[in-house]
Design a protein. Structure first.
Length: 191
């Protein structure tokens, strides 16, 4: 994103804002999906994030700080939604439970992939997401930001407004809890 586009969006230029959001919408959705655990909640959270970004883009200090600022909004929005829904279970009677995510295409699916390998990969993805969902929100946030979205330690520290040492320790603890959960689920053998 360039500085001019960013400044125009901060001044209320809707076309500039839409252009920025188009370049970040996939990242927003993917981060929300990993935090929320399903497509429907991720779509809702993504829309909420976009509204929050629109309302407060003028408070972002610079184009260089935008990505960290955006992840702070994604993280806080998802955590708020998870807290609101804690203890509430929603079951869709219309959901096709044999389909992993009818909303998204699978770019990892190769033409030569067999149905068995696709099933195994989908099953692995479901198990990993289930394990991520069990992480405490402090660990979930940093693991998703680092290991799924590839943010640097500095960017995570900026996004969460914590020091870099805390980021590193939460990532280490989160990864350990994730690994332990996957071993317990018998997804991976113990090492």
């Amino acid at each position: 994103m360039n500085e001019i586009l960013f400044k125009r969006a901060q001044k209320g230029d809707l076309d500039a804002f839409e252009s920025i959001i188009k370049s970040y919408e996939k990242l927003i959705y993917n981060a929300a999906y990993r935090m929320m655990g399903n497509a429907h909640d991720a779509e809702d959270a993504s829309q909420e994030v976009i509204l929050k970004v629109y309302r407060s883009i003028s408070s972002c200090n610079s184009v260089g700080a935008f990505k960290s600022w955006l992840f702070r909004i994604i993280n806080n929005t998802c955590i708020d939604e998870i807290r609101k829904r804690k203890g509430k279970t929603n079951i869709s009677l219309d959901a096709d439970y044999t389909d992993t995510d009818s909303h998204s295409e699978n770019p990892l699916l190769k033409d030569e992939e067999t149905p068995e390998t696709e099933f195994m990969r989908n099953d692995l993805n479901k198990n990993i997401q289930a394990a991520i969902d069990k992480l405490p929100s402090d660990y979930k946030s940093v693991v998703v930001m680092r290991d799924i979205n590839g943010l640097s330690y500095d960017d995570i520290a900026d996004a969460l407004e914590i020091n870099i040492g805390t980021v590193k320790s939460r990532i280490a603890r989160g990864r350990k809890k994730l690994r332990d959960e996957l071993v317990q689920m018998e997804v991976f053998g113990s090492s």
